[in-house]
Design a protein around this ligand. Structure first.
Ligand SMILES: [Zn+2]
Length: 138
């Protein structure tokens, strides 16, 4: 396997992709806040450091990028370069997602996943309204 990326390059690339990944999280948080939901974010003490934690509703929301978490929506495509590296990395992410979800559910949390592609302009309101009802109907 060839991997021409240096560590520095890679972490630079990752940080660039990561920073664009925070936009969907913020979008979800803002919406929740505007509807009166109060949450904590990036909770270190819980498995998977959840993006959004609503204790009152015993609910956890992960906002997942379709690429990083391999959503089967058609937006996921392995890069043509460093394919092995990405394959391993993404597979690990997916495995970790499953583990984290199981751990949280065992602790009595309800775990919701919102996908990046569901937050596009045309589907955002529908996605969030659906989530709101799920939260309230706990
Ligand atoms: Zn998707």
């Amino acid at each position: 396997m060839s991997d021409n990326h240096t560590k520095e390059q890679r972490s630079y690339n990752m940080s660039r992709i990561r920073s664009t990944d925070t936009a969907p999280e913020e979008k979800v948080r803002k919406w929740l806040h505007s509807k009166g939901f109060r949450y904590r974010k990036n909770v270190n003490s819980l498995p998977g450091k959840p993006d959004i934690v609503l204790r009152k509703y015993k609910a956890i929301i992960f906002v997942h990028g379709c690429f990083w978490h391999k959503h089967d929506c058609g937006r996921f495509r392995l890069p043509q370069t460093n394919t092995d590296y990405w394959k391993k990395k993404i597979t690990r992410n997916v495995e970790r997602d499953k583990e984290v979800s199981t751990l949280l559910q065992t602790d009595g949390w309800r775990v919701f996943t919102v996908w990046e592609c569901q937050l596009k302009k045309d589907s955002f309101e529908k996605t969030m309204e659906h989530l709101r009802l799920d939260l309230l109907n706990g």
